[in-house]
Design a protein around this ligand. Structure first.
Ligand SMILES: *Cc1c(COP(=O)(O)O)cnc(C)c1O
Length: 373
């Protein structure tokens, strides 16, 4: 028996503590320069992230929710349109669709907890305009299957890749498949800043021009003249400077997450009481960045309580409620049986770069103890 440990689900103060010197320096530097809005650090970050993702344009915006909403605006999704997305997502995905005046249509998930192409196809109507796959938990959806459906029905694909940074499908980065993709830099995300932040990424010149206007009051970036209706949704230059520091170690951070996932797989893979997420080497078509480690567990609630008694904090994603189960939002007759079942069983184990090897072993041991294996 190993000694009791206290393992938080996510260690927010470590985001700063792990590189306090360099982060302090860059923040002071930004403040001394008085470089707060649409400045050099932001432009640098946009260039670097675009290079990293292999995409033409990145625009830093205020948060990951705005990114989806601005992107939908830019591609012209609006009143009368339907957009198909999974019910297993953050409310933000559906809210962005709602606030461009379109209708969110909720689809089911497949065995890997990602948007199920068969469910998507069954929901297509004459009003469907776009498919909105969510690159959840650091995994990319089966984009070949979704693209085939989009092509067959003349639909566009747009991606909520808030949780997908660094993940790849057939070698291509999440966020680069659709007309646009998004990112969130919320602190607990794969690439986290010290507050809110997000990005829209695109290879489409028209979408790029529209986002540049929409995020800055409709002002032409070159002349400063207002040429369209816009909003204010800019990534702070201070946050961009922090992200420039974090981006340097991003690949290393993803590698560490994959190492932890491999460790969980080794320790828990033989338990019949669990369904683990796909392992890092399970399928050469997928390279997962493990934003989260979301498994299915028999007697889930008892397992969660047992882990908590033993100092290990776990989370049920979206506080346990997929989008279609929010009664006040008026979703009726949504048929997503796999999602309904999943939410009686799903649980996220700690998954982040501040976990020590010993923490992972301790968590694995406690879970085996719970199932008496
Ligand atoms: C975090 C998240 C968002 C929203 O990002 P914010 O930056 O918090 O606005 C959207 N979709 C998914 C799937 C997310 O996990």
């Amino acid at each position: 028996m190993s000694m009791r440990r206290e393992i938080p689900f996510f260690n927010y103060s470590a985001l700063f503590a792990e590189n306090e010197g360099e982060l302090s320096e860059i923040m002071l530097d930004v403040c001394r320069r008085g470089a707060y809005i649409l400045q050099e650090d932001l432009a640098d970050f946009e260039t670097r992230l675009a290079e990293y993702m292999g995409v033409k344009h990145v625009f830093g915006v205020a948060n990951g929710t705005d990114a989806i909403w601005l992107g939908l605006n830019a591609v012209g999704v609006g009143a009368g349109d339907e957009v198909i997305l999974p019910s297993h997502t953050y409310i933000a995905t559906a809210a962005a669709v709602h606030y461009v005046g379109a209708t969110p249509v909720l689809a089911d998930i497949g065995p890997d907890h990602m948007l199920d192409p068969a469910s998507v196809e069954s929901l297509i109507t004459s009003r469907t305009k776009a498919l909105l796959p969510v690159q959840l938990n650091g995994r990319t959806c089966d984009m070949d299957a979704l693209q085939a459906i989009a092509d067959k029905h003349g639909l566009i694909i747009v991606e909520d890749s808030a949780q997908g940074l660094g993940s790849r499908y057939k070698g291509r980065m999440a966020g680069t498949f659709g007309k646009f993709g998004t990112s969130s830099f919320y602190p607990a995300k794969l690439l986290g800043c010290f507050g809110d932040g997000g990005a829209v990424v695109t290879n489409d010149e028209f979408v790029a021009e529209r986002i540049a206007l929409l995020r800055d009051h409709g002002r032409d970036p070159k002349t400063g003249k207002v040429v369209a209706w816009g909003f204010n949704s800019r990534l702070d230059n201070l946050q961009a400077a922090v992200l420039n520091v974090k981006l340097k170690t991003f690949d290393k951070d993803v590698a560490r997450r994959r190492e932890i996932a491999a460790r969980y797989q080794e320790m828990l893979g033989d338990l019949p009481d669990l369904v683990l997420p796909p392992a890092p080497d399970a399928d050469p078509n997928y390279y997962d960045s493990y934003q989260n480690y979301e498994l299915e567990a028999d007697r889930r609630d008892s397992l969660q309580a047992f882990l908590q008694e033993n100092g290990v904090r776990t989370i049920i994603q979206w506080a346990g409620t997929p989008v279609h189960q929010f009664d006040e939002l008026g979703f009726k007759e949504v048929c997503v049986p796999a999602t309904d079942r999943f939410f009686t069983r799903c649980l996220m184990l700690p998954m982040n770069t501040t976990l020590a090897d010993g923490d992972v072993v301790y968590i694995g041991e406690r879970i085996r103890e719970f199932y008496k294996k």
